[in-house]
Design a protein around this ligand. Structure first.
Ligand code: PHE
Length: 348
């Protein structure tokens, strides 16, 4: 009988210290569970003399009842306390709903579209899965051009078209030049084509899927001054007033003459030197930015435009490339743009 009293005293002590429903649940299991203290005591019944058995059994049942009630009361008390702590104060401001944002590349596409639209350029997009004809043949590129090798271009399985050749993943936005001439039919053309391009390259400066934006301008009397002026306008709007550009002779099959466009390096300010040492980023003050040139007469003809009457220019920038050059962003590995790492993405 003394055992039962001890059991109850210990129980009350333990119950007293309980603050949470979780702990109360543990205590309930410890006492009333199949292998709990109460059942454990009941085991003693079989070792007792018959007259003692009756009394012990009765007392144990009372003790069990007592424990059950005490646990129930404690439960109600804890729940009432929790509820009063959790009442809603309707005068407090609501919880802010988490908001997503657009991808960094999408913001850049929007900014570029805005800059060119001020000059009257219309944004278009052309197929990512493209025919060889638009990507190469219509651009004056011979069948044996190295760019048509499968080291340089992704080919899509499937039967070639008798007129348009094989299907490929468009390796540049220039594939849209003749498509745009066919769409507009009659100059003037002021195109800004922004889209995905595909080439089998993978490094800090290359991803196999990237973006280019291509500008095409065709009208009467269009010359290199217009080309340089448009590029300068874009560069100053996108990078800032202090950045300069230059045209360097180059070769493309679909432009004549052709250029590469360079921009002054923002790390050394275009001097090529930092404290008497060569600038590590550009080595000579300039960074390569884009390909450009005056549209080749053969390309105009391919698009149904008379080259004796009209002339034009075209240029294309790599979108991820110019994002890496933008001050403040400090992107040193292009691949992070497409890693899907939310810690990177949610900063913008
Ligand atoms: N299509 C060329 C490239 O991807 C760039 C270019 C575009 C050059 C337009 C001249 C005119 O490298």
């Amino acid at each position: 009988m003394k055992d039962i009293e001890n059991l109850l005293t210990t129980f009350r002590d333990r119950l007293h210290g309980i603050q949470s429903l979780h702990d109360l649940e543990q205590l309930t299991i410890a006492y009333l569970g199949r292998q709990g203290v109460v059942n454990d005591h009941m085991q003693k019944l079989k070792d007792l003399a018959p007259d003692e058995k009756k009394e012990f059994g009765k007392r144990m049942n009372e003790a069990k009842k007592h424990i059950e009630i005490a646990l129930q009361e404690k439960k109600s008390a804890i729940m009432a306390r929790d509820e009063s702590e959790h009442t809603v104060d309707i005068t407090l401001p609501g919880t802010a709903y988490p908001r997503g944002s657009l991808h960094l590349v999408t913001y850049a596409v929007e900014e570029i579209t805005r800059i060119f639209s001020r000059l009257g350029f219309i944004r278009v997009t052309y197929p990512e899965v493209e025919w060889e004809y638009f990507a190469f043949d219509s651009l004056n590129m011979p069948k044996n051009h190295p760019g048509r090798d499968d080291f340089e271009t992704f080919f899509v399985n499937g039967a070639p078209d008798p007129n348009y050749g094989k299907m490929i993943m468009s390796p540049h936005t220039s594939s849209g030049q003749v498509r745009e001439m066919m769409r507009v039919k009659q100059p003037p053309i002021r195109m800004i084509s922004i889209g995905k391009c595909y080439r089998p390259n993978w490094s800090t400066k290359h991803v196999p899927m990237f973006h280019q934006f291509e500008s095409l301008c065709v009208d009467r009397g269009i010359n290199i001054t217009n080309l340089k002026g448009t590029i300068d306008y874009f560069v100053k709007e996108f990078f800032g007033e202090h950045r300069e550009t230059r045209l360097r002779p180059h070769h493309f099959q679909f432009t004549e003459p052709s250029f590469e466009v360079d921009i002054t390096c923002d790390v050394c300010g275009g001097s090529g030197e930092i404290d008497g040492a060569k600038c590590k980023v550009c080595k000579q003050g300039w960074l390569e930015l884009a390909g450009a040139g005056m549209v080749h007469p053969n390309v105009l003809k391919e698009g149904g435009i008379n080259p004796d009457e009209y002339s034009g220019w075209a240029f294309a920038f790599g979108l991820e490339r110019i994002m890496m050059m933008k001050e403040g962003l400090k992107l040193d590995d292009m691949r992070v743009l497409y890693s899907g790492d939310i810690r990177f993405l949610e900063q913008f």
